[in-house]
Design a protein around this ligand. Structure first.
Ligand SMILES: [Zn+2]
Length: 245
């Protein structure tokens, strides 16, 4: 990237800051004093899935953690630290795990593609694939990536529920709800996978209901035949081999 291209970014930033302050006088001085986001977004690092823009929230309104394929691992101090700060200090009321259709990380995991160091990270998504392998193999090839994107959201949402951060918050009566969404790259829409859990007792029933609903959607689409244009999910888009996130 040339210096000129970076200069464009800095110029864009100046314009944006001036416009924001113009639209809402005192915007930055108010943000300086505090941030009070209600939501923690845990999403994919993919450049096509920018958290704030998708839900039309301003700086200060969304606490964000992103990694390749929106994975929540119990030993990942980075993600756990973000969750702990968001829940204990900022008192966010919602944690949203957000996957997206045609995720390159999920595709690499599904198809055993060798990409590099990231293969080790994607082992976590391969664990999800292996857990659901029998069901995935019944699907037409072109539906498996998006199906695994959604299964991955359910599993990562369940992982988030099982962290000490969320378990401790629930034990002390703090209101935190964990959700799982998937974003459709082809239409810009977010879909709630209905795996929401607000108490420790909710986690397993919510996971089972969401999994059954996911199975039903894909099986109904498959039953409609290969020539059908039936779309099992808002997240299903055109096939892409993009290497992004
Ligand atoms: Zn992705």
């Amino acid at each position: 990237m040339s210096t000129n291209e970076l200069q464009d970014l800095l110029n864009n930033n100046k314009r944006w800051a001036a416009q924001t302050e113009d639209d809402t006088p005192g915007f930055f001085s108010r943000l300086l004093k505090q941030q009070t986001p209600q939501y923690l977004w845990i999403g994919c690092a993919d450049s096509r899935v920018p958290a704030n823009e998708l839900v039309d929230l301003l700086p200060g309104e969304l606490f964000v953690h992103r990694n390749v394929a929106n994975v929540v691992v119990h030993s990942d101090l980075n993600c756990l630290s973000v969750m702990q700060f968001a829940v204990d200090e900022l008192k966010v009321r919602h944690i949203i795990i957000v996957g997206h259709s045609n995720c390159g990380g999920v595709r690499a995991a599904l198809q055993d593609l060798r990409v590099g160091l990231v293969d080790n990270w994607l082992r976590h998504v391969q664990d999800v694939r292996n857990h659901h392998q029998d069901w995935l193999e019944q699907l037409p090839q072109d539906q498996r990536v998006n199906a695994l994107c959604e299964l991955n959201v359910l599993e990562q949402a369940r992982n988030a529920c099982q962290t000490t951060v969320v378990q401790d918050a629930w034990a002390r009566g703090q209101s935190v709800t964990v959700h799982g969404w998937v974003y459709g790259l082809h239409n810009g829409l977010l879909k709630d996978l209905s795996v929401s859990a607000a108490h420790a007792d909710d986690v397993t029933p919510a996971y089972r209901r969401a999994l059954a609903a996911l199975h039903q959607r894909y099986e109904a689409a498959r039953g409609a035949g290969p020539a059908s244009t039936a779309v099992p999910t808002a997240a299903q888009g055109s096939a892409s081999t993009s290497p992004q996130g």
